[in-house]
Ligand binder design. Sequence first.
Ligand code: 3PG
Length: 388
Amino acid sequence: ILRMTDLDLRGKRVLIREDLNVPIKDGRITASQRLEAALPTIRHARDAGAAVMVTSHLGRPVEGQFSEADSLAPVAAWLSQALGSEVKLLRDYLDGVEVENGQVVLLENCRMNVGEGKDTPELSAKYAALCDIYVMDAFGTAHRAQASTHGAIRAAKVACGGPLLMAELDALAKALDNPRRPLLAIVAGSKVSTKLELLQTLTAKVDQLIVGGGIANTFIAAAGYPVGKSLVENDLLDTARRIIAEAKARGADVPIPSDVVVAPAFAADAPATIKRVDEVTADDMILDIGPQTAAAYAALIAKAGSVVWNGPVGVFEFDAFGKGTQTLALAIAESAAFSIAGGGDTLAAVEKYGVEDRIGYISTGGGAFLEFLEGKELPAVTALQARG
Ligand code: 3PG
C-alpha cells in the first residue's frame, strides 16, 4: 500500500477520508478518541503545505437530505480548537471546493450524499475530482464498501493509506500474523451469536481464549454447570463445546471460570455475591467473573507474549460487577505482552480503569476491528492493495 507519509504533499489538493463518527449528545462530543487519532494525519498534511479537505460520515442519515442531528458541525468546532485555526464546514462541495494550501476544511457528512451507501461510481468520481491525492485513513470504516472509501480509492488519481490506517494495520499484523507467543485473546460481550465467527477464527490461532460476559455463560452451561437466570444461548451449547474441543485438539485452552459474581437482578444496586461456579442457583444471574478466576486470568496475561482484547468480561457499567474487567485491564497494562484492544465497550472499559496509556495499541475500529480479527477482507484495504 502506498503510504501518505511517502508522498510530497506540498501544493497538492488532498482529500482525507477519516472516521470521525463519534458519539454526540445534545450537540456535545462524548468520546473524542477517534478525533484525537485522526488529528496527526490532518496536521501532517496541513503542515506539509497541502490544501486539505477532510471527509467523514456521522451516524446513518438518510441520503439526499440534510439532517442537523447528523451534521459534523460539532466535529468542525472540535477540529478548529485542536488545530488552532478555523476549520470551515462545507455543505455544497461535490462540484468543487475552495481551499488554500496550509488550510483545512471539513466536508459535511458524506452519508448525506446520494449514492454513498451503494458505492456509486458517479459519486466516487466526484470525490476523486476534488483532489490530486486521496488519503484513506478511516480504519473504522474500512469494512464498508462505500463511495467515499472503496469507490474513491479506485477513482482517485493517486490513492494512499493514511498514517492512522497504516498504524492500525501494522498493529493488527503484529498481534495476529506472527505474534509473540503465547497469544491470548479475550472475547467477551453479551452473545456468542454475534461473535461466533470471531471465536471460531481465534480458536484456530490463539494459545488461550478467555471468554467473558454472556458468552462465558454459554460456555459455563456447555461445561455442565448451572447458570440460573443468566443470559445464555441454549441453542449454542454444542457450538461452545465444539470450540473448546477444537482449541484442545491444537493444544490451546479455553478456561471456564471457577467462580462468578451473581445477583438476583440486572441492576446497579443489586446485591453482588461471589459464588463457586457449581453453586449458582436458579435465581442467580451471573454478571461478572469471580476474583479467583480474575486472578487466574491475570496470571495468564502476565505470561502472554501478545494479547488481543475485545469485550468487557462483566457488566462493568455497574461498579459491583466491574472488578473482573478491572483486574484484566490492569493485568494487560502491567504485562510485557504486546496488547491490542478494540470495540466500543472495550474502549469505555479502558478509559474507566485508566489504562489507555499502557495498552500497546488501541484500535479506533468497532465493526472493522472485529471483521479484521475474523479474518475477513476489508474492502477499502483490498482496494488500496490493488492500487499497489
Ligand atoms: C463504526 O462506528 O463502527 C464506524 O464508524 C462504521 O459505522 P457504520 O456501522 O454506521 O458503518
